[in-house]
Design a protein around this ligand. Structure first.
Ligand code: ATP
Ligand code: ATP
Ligand code: MG
Ligand code: MG
Lengths: 259, 259
């Protein structure tokens, strides 16, 4: 059954959605099939993969809150090897609506169970999380095998990391003992900037091998791609951002000896 | 009584905290007194103004959920003219904890009432919001006279704007009829980048005068300042970022004929 990876960091704007979209595209280019599960009410991953807001009939809201079957929610994208379970703003009331539900933290895990995923022929599932440590993010951490943490090379982003690690440990102790950290990915990294160099050396010192070798540089082509609703790998395959996400995919595949 | 402005945008990483800290500092430089109310569980505004996490005895959690008096929660900062009501991660459970409270959306407004604010001699209150349209952000919108919307010149940031405007209209219809939009502030703007130029022209076309004349450029000195726990205006007064926030303060003051 596929590997399920939550892309999560409660700090806003650190590259969660960008990493989800472009890692999926890079894995597809290597012949692996990926399902993107968008659980951010902003629905940026859905938009970035070309799923028009009006075309989102069944969404992750229906999957998590109404028990819709995964096979009914999942739709293909224009990109070979990438399927998506899209999101809409309906999700923003999930915390309140699920308060009385005993299984409120496990609903996504139930929806992404082995049987549900079985028929889709997937290698990877990537869950794009909202910028919060709320119920939706906890659902993703319980559904996932591992967590990939995008880390912007900035001061405020580093500050939030210890809180994120605490939450991961809590989830591992209470609900998902198998949960691992897939890795910490430095994003929007500007080699010339001394703050970025400082964040990189701090991260490698305190987190060691958890930090991916691959670093994603700040690259304007990455931020232009979403306005054309394509991954940067399709928008500008030779751009620095695109090459970095391809390197990330290779690094990930090598871990599972799939490269 | 002071003007209460919520700094809000559910898109993550668009410059909410940076704008809160540096607008407060710029207003202080002009002789106006500002209270920063940090309602983001990340507590970045508290850190960026030098309030050590261990020094946060009473916080906005106590203010909103335990009915603590504002005068007990507010502490001075090292910066003349800036007071703060600090935040900790305790706030992240606010949505769940307040579900059964009838007045759950109005608690911050009650805490920032005229009497409470009266004794502090304030000109402005700036509320730094989390990257979400959750109960805490709704509390800020009901407590505020107006909303200042930082808008990063990027595609995903523009996508969220219509949802934010819908929420503002809902709050105005149901709870706070006086709520106005103070303005939309373009942040991290790179004049050379065609996407940024596109976002600026789209924003001015659709939002007209709501968009501040002042634009905050992307400026590395802005992102370095938080690691020294000082506003950029104190870190590097002549930097492009610092000058932009001073211009923003003048633009704001001119509206209220205080300049
Ligand atoms: N390597 C990069 N170079 C340049 N821009 C980037 C890069 N990665 C992401 N961006 C841009 O930075 C912004 C933030 O990225 P993104 O939206 O992926 O972050 P996020 O963590 O998903 O945000 P949120 O917390 O709102 O969900 C986007 O406008 C994106 O296009
Ligand atoms: N004008 C600017 N130039 C360069 N960097 C900036 C600028 N404004 C903000 N930053 C940096 O960008 C990052 C995001 O800004 P900030 O944390 O203020 O956004 P936010 O909207 O408060 O994020 P969140 O959604 O997590 O609360 C921070 O690391 C900040 O230092
Ligand atoms: Mg995102
Ligand atoms: Mg912030």
């Amino acid at each position: 059954s596929p590997r399920v990876i939550a892309i999560s960091n409660q700090k806003g704007g650190v590259g969660k959605t960008t990493t989800t979209i472009n890692l999926a595209a890079a894995l597809a280019r290597e012949g692996f099939s990926t399902l993107v599960v968008d659980i951010d009410p902003q629905g940026n991953a859905s938009t970035g993969l070309g799923v028009d807001p009006d075309a989102r009939k069944l969404t992750t809201y229906d999957l998590i809150l109404d028990g819709a079957a995964l096979s009914d929610v999942v739709v293909p994208t224009e990109f070979d090897g990438i399927l998506i379970a899209p999101a809409t703003t309906d999700l923003s009331s999930a915390d309140i609506e699920l308060v009385a539900n005993e299984r409120r933290s496990h609903l996504l895990r139930d929806a992404l169970s082995g049987e549900m995923l079985g028929g889709l022929g997937l290698d990877y599932v990537l869950i794009d999380c909202p910028p919060s440590l709320n119920l939706l993010t906890v659902n993703a951490m319980i559904a996932a095998d591992s967590i990939l943490i995008p880390l912007q090379s900035e001061f405020f982003a580093l500050e939030g990391l210890s809180q994120l690690m605490l939450t991961i440990r809590e989830v591992r102790q209470n609900a998902n003992p198998e949960l691992r950290i897939e890795g910490v990915l430095l994003t929007m990294h500007d080699q010339r900037n001394k703050l970025a160099q400082q964040v990189e050396s701090d991260a490698r010192q305190t987190l060691g091998d958890l930090v991916f070798d691959t670093i994603v540089p700040r690259n304007v082509r990455v931020s232009e791609a979403p306005s054309y609703a394509v991954p940067v790998i399709d928008y500008d395959p030779k751009s620095k951002g695109s090459l970095a996400y391809q390197a990330l995919a290779m690094e990930l595949l090598a871990r599972y000896r799939q490269a």
